[in-house]
Write a new protein. Structure first.
Length: 422
């Protein structure tokens, strides 16, 4: 009994140490951002929509990726597990230290400051729903009111909006201690969607879904009920909500550096990436094992590769690009051209690009377990017939292994490993 108490005491001490390190990491990044003087970049040289000249080094650290706040590990059946290195399912989101959020409510209760990203948000939002084409009216009204003492409110980009995503519980996927989410039941919560300012470069495929029509123009939003990023029709079908933001205009902008050794560093996020993907679709268990195998081989000179969590992988998405963009200059996978994506034929036999696994488990229904994991689409998030449904850059989930339940659609996905720049 005494040994058990000692072990539990050590485990608790270790957990407290990890939490302290995580908090200190967040405030260190904030300090670096302040010293660097992060600001809007107006000097980059561009060709089409691709950045070809790196931003000034002062922008390094301007895009800290906030943790998902996930603290547990699960197997493919949704059972809580504690895998160790060398075992199946080791390498999940919760097993690595990430930057914790640090929020401050304003004294008037109207706004919340994210001390890590430098962004200030509306704590609540109005009860109206809007088409994307009319959301600027919400911004204009806030600025006329000098809401919260500010007149520079705007609609957030999809990367800014996703920085609020919180998987500590799910349903809703946001910290309700700081941000209001209004709903009466789980059905309403599952449609709690907030617009971003990012318009999709393609259009709705030859399908009709959720009241949207084939060929409809789309824009991205985050569903803070189910946790998805999807693109939605800008002017037909359901309307959605708006939560405005102000501050740090450089947040969400990458600063890529080709290391010419098979890796790409993002100096804005402090992450180093595998330049090529793994080249084939595998299930989630094998994706986690792939990272362990590459570490054992000291892949590309490093042994601390991991499967990226959902927010890390989403940070790579270039929302200006898509496989069937209406502007030919934007055609390609939704990622900077420095990276290589395996070309595939999608379910409809159309040329496309893969979906990629994250290390973050997903709760597939409210108050459920975690038999699924999140993935990010760098090609079309299609409907199973090769038609665009949710847009390149969508974030969705599926079962972790084949044969574990109904609804399996996207169980064999690709992998792009990441590591933290030391």
């Amino acid at each position: 009994m005494g040994n058990k108490i000692n072990i539990l005491s050590k485990m608790k001490s270790k957990a407290n140490q990890m939490k302290l390190i995580s908090v200190l990491t967040g405030f260190l990044i904030l300090l670096i951002m302040n010293l660097a003087g992060c600001k809007k970049d107006d000097t980059s040289t561009v060709s089409g929509d691709l950045q070809v000249v790196p931003r000034d080094a002062a922008y390094a650290g301007c895009y800290p990726v906030i943790s998902t706040s996930q603290t547990k590990c699960w197997d493919s059946a949704g059972n809580i597990i504690t895998p160790v290195m060398g075992e199946a399912f080791f390498g999940q989101d919760a097993q690595f230290i990430h930057t914790t959020p640090a929020y401050t409510k304003s004294s008037d209760g109207l706004t919340v400051k994210d001390e890590v990203t430098g962004l200030t948000w509306q704590k609540t939002y109005d009860s109206g729903t809007y088409y994307w084409a009319s959301i600027q009216t919400v911004v204009d009204n806030l600025n006329k009111q000098n809401y919260g003492g500010y007149s520079d409110w705007r609609v957030p980009t999809i990367k800014e909006l996703y920085s609020l995503w919180d998987a500590s519980v799910g349903w809703p996927y946001i910290d309700t201690d700081y941000f209001d989410i209004t709903y009466t039941d789980e059905q309403e919560l599952s449609h709690t969607i907030f617009w971003s300012s990012d318009k999709y470069t393609g259009v709705m495929g030859n399908i009709s879904a959720n009241g949207e029509t084939p060929g409809a123009e789309l824009a991205f939003g985050v569903n803070f009920g189910t946790g998805h990023i999807k693109s939605y029709s800008i002017s037909v079908g359901p309307k959605h909500q708006v939560r405005c933001v102000r501050g740090n205009l450089s947040y969400g902008v990458n600063l890529f550096q080709n290391n010419n050794d098979g890796t790409i560093s993002d100096l804005a996020t402090g992450l180093m990436w595998q330049q090529n993907d793994n080249g084939s679709g595998i299930d989630w268990e094998d994706a986690l094992a792939y990272a362990q195998t590459q570490n054992n081989a000291n892949y590309l000179g490093h042994n601390d590769w991991r499967l990226p969590n959902t927010k890390e992988l989403q940070s790579l998405v270039d929302y200006k690009r898509s496989p069937y963009a209406t502007n030919t200059a934007n055609v390609g996978p939704a990622i900077n051209a420095l990276f290589s994506c395996t070309s595939i034929l999608n379910d409809g036999g159309k040329a496309d690009y893969p979906y990629y696994w994250t290390s973050t488990s997903a709760m597939s229904m409210a108050n459920g377990s975690y038999p699924s994991a999140w993935y990010v689409a760098f090609g079309q998030a299609e409907d199973g017939n090769g038609e665009n449904l949710h847009g390149a850059g969508a974030v969705r989930f599926d079962k972790k292994t084949v044969g574990t339940g109904e609804g399996e659609e996207r169980v064999l996905n690709y992998v792009r490993l990441v590591r933290t720049i030391k």
